[in-house]
Design a protein around this ligand. Structure first.
Ligand code: IPE
Ligand code: IPE
Ligand code: MG
Length: 241
């Protein structure tokens, strides 16, 4: 693929969906689907940065996912516990900084919270791109926490009401990242499921039917071809056309 002929989004967000259905189609357990999804994520994310994308946000576990069975939640927590560190090591080799967005408290275990801190610490000086892992993440939670921090900073005299504007709100999110340019949700579901509601306000959307474990590097390149065709007007009109 000649990436110089494509428009490359600065910030891509992916809702990693369809692990369970991928496994079911193969007569495998949902856990096997999650494992395949995670393995795919490691390969895919390295590829995404090679295409020139600067920030990649991935939805790995939502605040709502705690509604799933004890077995499934515990399998996922153990998977993250055993894989996050190794994943961060891989990304460090590619000079990618790893950050996490989401609630850093119970029901997430102390062991996992410590691993998350270590992944961030280990990669904090990397400059080749940012991988934002959204874990125990909910956009409503993020916005509520941002409101609270803004309120506190006003009370503490650090900022005044006049400092509140559209850009500064990004600084109060879990991570201070650019707006999302391209939002991909695999598996054919057509919803956001509480993902980055503020940040996707002008994103282009893409909903491939592919289940996440099969959403490989070629599928991502196809997504980039589709993104290249989009005419992003941001409300304006190009009268010369
Ligand atoms: C996405 O796959 C992974 C997580 C939400 C953790 P799902 O587990 O939602 O897979 P489906 O949607 O049931 O196929
Ligand atoms: C969204 O997928 C959350 C993640 C991918 C982590 P879900 O599969 O949990 O979302 P719903 O239940 O279909 O909305
Ligand atoms: Mg799902």
């Amino acid at each position: 693929m000649d990436y110089s002929k494509l428009k490359i989004p600065n910030h891509v967000a992916i809702i990693l969906d369809g692990n369970g259905r991928w496994a079911k189609e193969r007569g495998m357990s949902r856990s096997a689907g999650h494992k395949a999804g995670f393995d795919n994520l490691v390969e895919l994310s390295k590829h995404v940065f090679k295409t020139g994308v600067k920030t990649l946000s991935v939805y790995a576990f939502s605040t709502e996912n705690f509604k799933r069975s004890k077995e499934e939640v515990s399998f996922l927590m153990n998977l993250f516990k055993s894989k996050f560190k190794e994943y961060a090591v891989e990304l460090k080799k590619e000079n990618i900084k790893v950050v996490f967005s989401g609630g850093r408290y119970r029901p997430v275990s102390d062991t996992l919270l410590k691993i998350i801190d270590e992944c961030e610490e280990m990669t904090k000086d990397c400059t080749g791109g940012i991988l934002n892992i959204c874990f125990n993440y909910g956009s409503h939670l993020e916005i509520v926490e941002a409101f609270k921090r803004i309120h506190k900073d006003i009370n503490d005299g650090k900022i005044s009401e006049d400092d509140i504007n559209e850009d500064m709100i990004y600084h109060y999110m879990f991570q201070d990242l650019d707006p999302v340019d391209f939002m991909i949700r695999t598996s054919g579901e057509l919803r956001l499921s509480n993902f980055m509601l503020y940040q996707v306000s002008y994103a282009e959307f893409y909903f491939p039917k592919t289940y996440f474990p099969d959403f490989n590097n070629d599928e991502f390149d196809k997504a980039l071809v589709e993104y290249t065709k989009r005419d992003r007007r941001f409300g304006a009109i190009d009268y010369s056309k």
